[in-house]
Design a protein around this ligand. Sequence first.
Ligand SMILES: [Zn+2]
Length: 380
Amino acid sequence: MIKNASFSNQQKMTGGIPVLFRKKILLYIIILGLVIFMPANLETANASATQDKMNELKSKEQKLEKEIRQIDHKISENDQEIFKKETEVKDAKEDIEKLKKEIAVIQKRIEERDKLLKERVRYMYQSGGPVDFIEVLLGAQDFGDFVERISALNSIAEQDKTILEEHMSDKEELEMKKTEVANELEEVETNLEELKKLQKELDNQIENKKKLLKDVNMEEDELHMELETDISTEQNTAIETEKKRPSRGNGSFIYPAAGRVSSNFGDRSLGNHFGIDIAKSGTVPVHAAASGTVAKSYYSSSYGNVVFITHNIKGQTYTTVYAHMRSRMVSTGQSVSQGQRIGTMGNTGRSFGQHLHFELHKGQWNNSKSNAVNPIPYLK
Ligand SMILES: [Zn+2]
């Protein structure tokens, strides 16, 4: 409108020369075009650039999620392998201890027998040995005495023979047990070497994940809210299972892992925190806080390796959640007892730094987490 007015003034001033007028019209159209159409085009361009940017971010996010999932999977596999090796080493060491005790018993028997045999040899020399054998027989008073003497000498010989046989077999067994110990020790050494290698691999994988997360400059926060999985079917099955068995426990829960509480219930600057975080470095076992049924054990892109346990305590359903674990050691539908190991503390899913995210729900777990309660007062 302002441009229009100024144009009218100019028109009046120039007196309406056709060529100039046409030029003015052209200028007017150009200006109008610049004023009206350009911003509109820019806006469209801006909108599509925003859309492109969003699509790019989304695909980046999806790519990242895939990479995290792969690394988490490797970390989990490795941790389970380490646990297996550690169990093997522990078993082998127990075997070695048992064998050593058995060896000590055999050795003691051998020593005692050695002493006995030496005494017998000494006695035989003192009494003249086989010569004395004839003298004994010749010294018989009558035939009855003679028979008695023969059988006595025989039984002494038999006894010596048995002792010698036992001695030989004990010595053989001792050698076998010693070889067994040597083999077991060798196995332990190999397993320990492999353990070291696996641990190094695990450290590398954890380092890779850190780098990956640093590269994309993600915010240092757990994004638990993003979970979209519906686990109501699994939960209902677990609740049915729990209801069929007598109530277990007295309503108190144990701390699911060692470590310090690094974040409390609700105390988050970014949104609500529906659980507590327990942090500790190294291989930290995670235990079931109370007896119950595993409603679901799976890998979630936000929770990482996560286990949901349904509890029935005096008719009240509770649900505990254990997230970001390095690996899981229980499966969906499994019955667990309080304190049973269910996994290892970790850093899987949307997690920065090793910790256990633990939730307690009075009732079922749901996506809005409306049943979440502060676990601290329940933990003993
Ligand atoms: Zn947390």
